[in-house]
Design a protein around this ligand. Structure first.
Ligand SMILES: [Zn+2]
Ligand SMILES: [Zn+2]
Length: 165
């Protein structure tokens, strides 16, 4: 998401009202989560003494698989975004900082970092998903297959018998 900042970069206190929707590339590789929907950014970008302050709301939609039962999960993501962007020509030593160059600021990295940080540690289709039975493969949210966890590893059975003798 590239923003033309030529109107505000020379005037302290000047700001831009951003309302853009765009597909941001490069977050697709994030584990099993895919972002087909565009990212919407509604924010204010203010020039405060040569620094740009970004303050607003970011929204998108993602798809993934439940980490327990592998069912498809879709979710909306809405988060507050608040970042400082420095002049890349002055602060090039600090590679961690978000920077603008000349009359443009590219917000892709800011957006990606904020999205990745706000994703859940693991996706679940529901809070108490019981997952798939490791023995018979049935969805335990739908039926209780009654498998015993002892069936899980036949090698353990052999070992148990050996120990019993
Ligand atoms: Zn699930
Ligand atoms: Zn089972």
């Amino acid at each position: 998401m590239k923003i033309d900042i030529s109107d505000i970069i020379k005037t302290e206190g000047a700001f831009l009202q951003l309302d853009c929707s765009e597909k941001v590339d490069g977050i697709d590789q994030f584990e099993d989560i895919s972002f087909d929907a565009p990212v919407t950014l509604k924010a204010t970008l203010t020039n405060t003494g040569g620094l740009l302050k970004l303050d607003g709301i970011l929204e998108t939609h993602y798809k993934g698989k439940c980490s327990k039962c592998l069912k498809e999960v879709e979710a909306d993501l809405k988060l507050k975004i608040r970042e400082t962007i420095v002049n890349g020509e002055k602060f090039h030593e600090d590679i961690e900082a978000y920077t603008y160059e000349g009359k443009f600021v590219d917000l892709d990295r800011v957006i990606k970092d904020n999205i990745i940080l706000s994703l859940p540690m693991r996706l679940l289709c529901r809070e108490n998903c019981k997952g798939v039975c490791p023995v018979c493969g049935r969805d335990r949210n739908i039926e209780d297959c009654g498998c015993s966890q002892d069936d899980l590893n036949p090698k353990m059975e052999v070992l148990k018998k050996l120990l019993d003798n």
